[in-house]
Design a protein around this ligand. Structure first.
Ligand SMILES: O=C(O)CCC(=O)C(=O)O
Length: 250
């Protein structure tokens, strides 16, 4: 089906209410599998370069591990194809429904989990990485290929956004805001290629080990209402890419 023939996605009042209450919502098949294969060509090239750089310095940097999980960030800022993709009507509809008419791109990164990688990515709130106001902002987790319990789909803890920012402890593989030993390990959220999992930056989430023989690929895109500030010093974050103004593509 061509892009022009697709119905425009609309976010209902019920979906917004569920997002407010549970902290996440799954929008299935926002994009087609073919569209994800096309996007993957652009994203893979950035990830490949990043992995090569990583390998040249011993395989690890920050929370990326070449043989386990890689985070490749700021792709839209370097790639016109990806920037144009993020201004498609589907993103405008989703982001303005949750954030209002004036939306900026806060952060974008691929998260690729390598085959047979046995570690989970720990429970955290995205706000723990860099606290900002107004909180929460919106994370839209796009499945580039099918994310399943076997290959390391994400899990969320429903309602966890309602208690504000929790204390997080550092670990070699990222901030940890909730223990994987707790009895309540939330809900697994599988997502077919082209589906979007929306959650607030205060919603606790993690992803499982990849026990499959293929790479699990996600594009994690975070949006904010125009005018985001760092909590520290109340400093305006300048230079963010505008996505929507007055509800229209910027
Ligand atoms: O996609 C994943 O495996 C986890 C990504 C994540 O939690 C994040 O980017 O905040």
């Amino acid at each position: 089906m061509s892009h022009a023939m697709k119905p425009i996605i609309e976010v209902s009042a019920e979906q917004r209410a569920e997002m407010d209450e549970r902290g996440f919502y799954v929008f299935p098949d926002v994009f087609t599998r073919e569209e994800m294969e096309e996007l993957s060509v652009a994203l893979d090239a950035h990830e490949q370069r990043m992995r090569e750089n990583l390998q040249s310095i011993g395989g690890e940097s920050g929370i990326s591990r070449a043989d386990e999980i890689t985070f490749t960030d700021h792709i839209a800022e370097q790639d016109e194809t990806v920037a144009a993709f993020l201004k498609r009507p589907e993103w405008i509809a989703l982001t303005t429904a949750f954030l209002g008419p004036d939306v900026d791109l806060y952060w974008n990164q691929t998260v690729f989990k390598q085959p047979e990688a046995p570690r989970e990515f720990p429970w955290h709130q995205d706000d723990a990485y860099t606290p900002v106001v107004p909180a929460p902002y919106l994370t839209l987790w796009l499945a580039i290929n099918d994310a399943t319990p076997e290959n390391g789909c994400i899990s969320v803890l429903p309602g966890s956004h309602l208690g504000g920012l929790r204390p997080h402890a550092p670990s070699p593989i990222g901030w940890v805001g909730y223990s994987s030993e707790e009895e309540d390990q939330g809900l697994l959220v599988p997502a077919a290629a082209g589906s979007v999992i929306a959650f607030w930056s205060l919603t606790l989430h993690k992803s499982g080990p990849n026990r499959s023989s293929g790479i699990r690929k996600a594009f994690v895109v975070q949006f904010c209402a125009e005018g985001l500030r760092l909590v520290e010093g109340n400093q305006l974050i300048e230079g963010l890419m505008p996505i929507a103004r007055e509800g229209q593509p910027a």
